[in-house]
Design a protein around this ligand. Structure first.
Ligand code: SF4
Length: 62
């Protein structure tokens, strides 16, 4: 599963990093995906982070 953060949309709130710090890290007010493809054990929290993004900046592909 590949995750992507739309850099122009991300507002750097940090919610994704709080939910799944193994995958997301906010650097200079923009979230970066640290692990791609995302290993199975982190897919569920990464999807939760996607659901929790207030500006829908996170997307994924199988
Ligand atoms: S939750 Fe969304 S807006 Fe907030 S840092 Fe993560 S990607 Fe950016």
């Amino acid at each position: 599963m590949i995750f992507k953060v739309e850099q122009d949309t991300c507002v750097g709130c940090g919610a994704c990093e709080s939910t799944c710090p193994e995958v997301f890290e906010v650097i200079d007010d923009k979230s970066q995906v640290k692990l791609n493809p995302v290993p199975k054990e982190f897919q569920s929290p990464a999807l939760s982070a996607e659901d929790g993004c207030p500006v829908l900046a996170i997307s994924h592909q199988e």
